[in-house]
Design a protein around this ligand. Structure first.
Ligand code: NAD
Length: 482
């Protein structure tokens, strides 16, 4: 057993696993030698993230494009570059405040002692990121971990090899590997990563893999933040402007061709509105993407395997007699794996699109007779990562907010709660454990250490033995005032 890793030494380890063990040992050693990273060093690290993201913008655009077949350039700029840089800038702006101890009220009988929560770096953090936003979903947790004064190792997805390599090179160009490093490799490396005794592990990916990650991390009692997936519903209330809602839904669903963890997964509307909603979403999609096959604005499905899975889901719905509206044509040969937005109206409950997270441009539109039916429908499933509500009736809105539990909510739009960095982002139940973004991210990667500063005027000696009648009097006084 090596001194700095709980994983056994093994001659059959892959290059990725050996690199993982080597860098982890280095980071642990560096942490032991310098457990506290100063404010100035953290600010410098955040500057490095900004610099490497901006300097490598074109490389990231090209790499992600190569991985996807086609990834809309504007989507990469908005969702990878801008979100990462703005996250780092927000951390820089607030770091002085976040790093300060938080005062906690001290009860009157303990005065004049003082109580504080003192943020402390946890040590070495592991981050496992998925393929759908390969730069942003790796670097935004890194920002939070570095702001909190940690050392960080990233294991990106093997499905985006170009983006992973571009990110590895960019990080290596700015950071010493004892502070931040990228470990690339296949599934074995991913598994080995989860077995490494990090001081905290943040995993972004699917719920089934998240469960395996939590089980592996539990062997070392490594605390985990799990950013998972699920089926995020949209409710269109009768009070909503349907055409306006439809534009938001089409945009949010077609961004990255639906390969977004918080993409609308299905829509609920009154039975008499379902057809109009479908038509409005189809019209909005045609306006947003007049041409699916040839436009560079519309992103491809990541792999042949994922493309085939989505096609099978549509075929199953078709075979089961569901009404299907394919918006625009996709070339039958699918040279770039472009899948048109496919609306499925009131499908049977027992088919794939109703049971699993869709994660592509297929959108079931379901009838819900009443508001309570919509709420029950949502509550019958796992707790969603996001919920969207459209309308103008505040009572109806508050009823949905009260009676459903989801990771986050955007009212009268989709996705935007994610981009509001001051709001914590995370799931609940099967859609995730814990959260990050903004100050919450800083706290996720800190030990918020409670410290009680006793006063030299403290009367605690009055409670020391030997116990006498005087002790009884003091105790009965305390019991009256507490
Ligand atoms: P995934 O779970 O297949 O893989 C995620 C990461 O885990 C990848 O880096 C992969 O290499 C690694 N991995 C796979 N098997 C592993 C194992 N046994 N042990 C350790 N690591 C392993 O997910 P994906 O297909 O890359 O991403 C899509 C899923 O991620 C969707 O469910 C989506 O909703 C979810 N997601 C969630 C968020 C969020 O913020 N909550 C964001 C993006 C994606």
């Amino acid at each position: 057993m090596a001194a700095d890793t709980a994983r056994p030494l093994d001659a059959n380890k892959t290059d990725g696993e050996l690199e993982l063990d080597r860098v982890f040992a280095l980071q642990k050693k560096a942490y032991a030698a310098a457990p506290f990273i100063s404010y100035d060093q953290r600010m410098a690290s955040l500057d490095k993230i900004i610099r490497l993201t901006e300097a490598n913008e074109q490389k990231f655009i090209d790499a992600i494009n190569a991985d996807f077949g086609n990834r809309a350039r504007h989507e990469t700029i908005m969702s990878e570059i801008v979100i990462t840089v703005s996250g780092a800038k927000l951390a820089k702006k607030n770091l002085k405040k976040w790093i300060r101890p938080r005062g906690v009220a001290t009860p009157a009988h303990m005065l004049p002692a003082k109580s504080r929560l003192e943020p402390q770096p946890l040590g070495v953090i592991g981050i496992i990121s998925p393929w759908n936003y390969p730069i942003q979903l790796a670097l935004t947790p890194v920002i939070a971990a570095l702001a909190a004064g940690n050392r960080v190792m990233i294991k990106p997805s093997e499905l985006t090899p170009h983006a992973s390599e571009a990110m590895r090179a960019a990080i290596a160009s700015e950071f010493d590997e004892t502070v931040c490093a990228v470990i690339t490799g296949g599934v074995e490396t991913g598994q080995a990563f989860t077995e490494t005794p990090f001081d905290h592990l943040l995993f972004t990916g699917s719920t089934p893999v998240g469960i395996r990650v939590a089980q592996a991390a539990a062997k070392n009692l490594t605390p985990v933040t799990l950013e998972l997936g699920g089926k995020s519903p949209v409710i269109i209330d009768d009070s909503a402007d349907t055409a306006k809602a439809a534009t938001s839904i089409a945009q949010g669903k077609m961004l990255n061709a639906g390969q977004t963890c918080i993409a609308p997964d299905y829509v609920l509307a009154s039975p008499d509105k379902v057809d109009a909603v479908a038509e409005d979403i189809a019209n909005a999609a045609r306006t947003l993407y007049p041409e699916i096959d040839t436009t560079a604005d519309y992103t491809s499905i990541i792999s042949d395997r994922h493309f085939a899975r989505l096609k099978t889901l549509v075929e199953e719905a078709r075979d089961r007699g569901a009404k299907i509206i394919e918006v625009g044509s996709a070339n039958a040969l699918h040279p770039q794996r472009k899948l048109p937005l496919t609306l499925v109206v009131d499908p049977p409950e027992d088919i794939g699109i109703m049971k699993e997270e869709i994660f592509g441009p297929i959108l079931p539109i379901l009838s819900a007779k009443t508001q309570d039916d919509a709420i029950s429908r949502i509550n019958e499933g796992d707790r969603p990562l996001a919920l969207y509500w459209f309308g103008n009736d505040r009572v109806a809105r508050d009823r949905v907010l009260e009676k459903t539990v989801s990771g986050g909510v955007t009212v009268n739009d989709v996705l935007w709660h994610f981009a509001q960095e001051n709001l914590p982002f995370g799931g609940v139940g099967k859609s995730g454990v814990g959260a990050y973004h903004g100050e919450t991210g800083f706290e996720t990667f800190s030990h918020m250490k409670p410290v009680f500063y006793q006063s030299k005027f403290a009367g605690t000696a009055l409670l020391h033995p030997p116990y006498t009648e005087k002790t009884d009097k003091i105790l009965s006084f305390l019991r009256k005032i507490l």
